[in-house]
Design a protein around this ligand. Structure first.
Ligand code: PAF
Length: 280
């Protein structure tokens, strides 16, 4: 497995791969890899000749009051997991390699990124789209795999790829949960045992709300309010519980086909997100 820290060297390498006719599958990550990431690498492995994984805790998607400094890191562990799952290349740049000190260009999606996490983290998606666009130009992938735990992120990236004509297929991959239902996230490691147990209320509340909406489409608002109340009762501080049309990321109209029921809540100081996507 090759490990690159230099953007120029990585790009030179991937351009050569493309010239020789190889397909490249890409999994962008911020490291501290778990089974959710491994499922993305497995998908990329099945679809492409060469699998590239990026490991980069991207400073531009963190607000000053967020957890950039303490975001969990385990480079050696990540390298071992990538090797185990057959990745061919790791790209792990320093921040100064990714962003020049006087960088003044952003990539911004302005509609799908507005609700949900876009409200409480107003600069988050701009940081994500900018770094992912840069990564796409460096890695030159044919396919890029994004987990649906961050479903809004996946929709925003699909829109960016469509709008900017990136010749890349975005592959949304199923959300992966622990046996008890908690959505896998690198941030789960911040949770105390008690917070983790209480955090299971998020998934339970979403499942109950989903069942209610499936039984009665007109109960969307009541179901979301009930889910928020259940998470609050379990000791969570709810950021949002909302139901949106996956296509528009707006309140579902009568003709909405696929909807996302999404939640974000703090347990202690840890902000967790989760969602259910289903057809109505
Ligand atoms: O989902 C993540 O881990 C990050 O937002 C991503 C896509 C790697 C961009 O930094």
């Amino acid at each position: 497995m090759k490990i690159f820290t230099s953007s120029c060297e990585l790009q030179k390498y991937t351009l050569e791969l493309k010239r020789s006719g190889k397909t490249i599958g890409f999994v962008p990550t911020m490291g501290f890899l778990h089974d959710g990431h491994m499922s993305l690498i497995d998908i990329a492995r099945q679809k492409s000749d060469v699998v590239v994984v990026s490991i980069f805790v991207n400073p531009t998607q963190f607000a000053p009051n967020e957890d950039f400094d303490r975001y969990p890191r385990d480079f050696d562990g990540d390298v071992a997991k990538c090797a185990e799952h057959g990745a061919d290349v790791i790209y792990a740049p320093e921040a100064a390699e990714m962003y020049r000190a006087d960088a003044s260009t952003w990539v911004e999606e302005t509609v799908l990124s507005q609700p949900l996490c876009g409200i409480s983290r107003p600069t988050f998606y701009r940081g994500v789209t900018t770094v992912v666009a840069k990564l796409f130009l460096l890695v030159q992938p044919d396919f890029a795999v994004f987990g649906l735990k961050d479903a809004q992120q996946c929709f925003v990236i699909q829109r960016m790829v469509r709008d900017l004509n990136f010749p890349i297929e975005i592959i949304p991959a199923p959300l992966v949960r622990d046996a008890d239902g908690l959505a896998l996230s690198s941030r789960n490691r911040y949770l105390s045992a008690d917070e983790r147990a209480r955090a299971l209320s998020i998934h339970r509340a979403l499942l109950a709300a989903k069942a209610r909406i499936m039984a009665d489409k007109s109960s969307i608002k009541a179901a979301a309010a009930e889910a928020a109340a259940a998470i609050t009762a379990a000791g969570g501080r709810v950021d949002y519980v909302d139901v949106l049309d996956c296509e528009t990321m707006k309140y579902p109209e009568a003709d909405a086909k696929k909807i996302i029921l999404a939640a974000a809540a703090f347990f202690g100081t840890t902000r967790l997100i989760d969602n259910e996507i289903f057809e109505i």
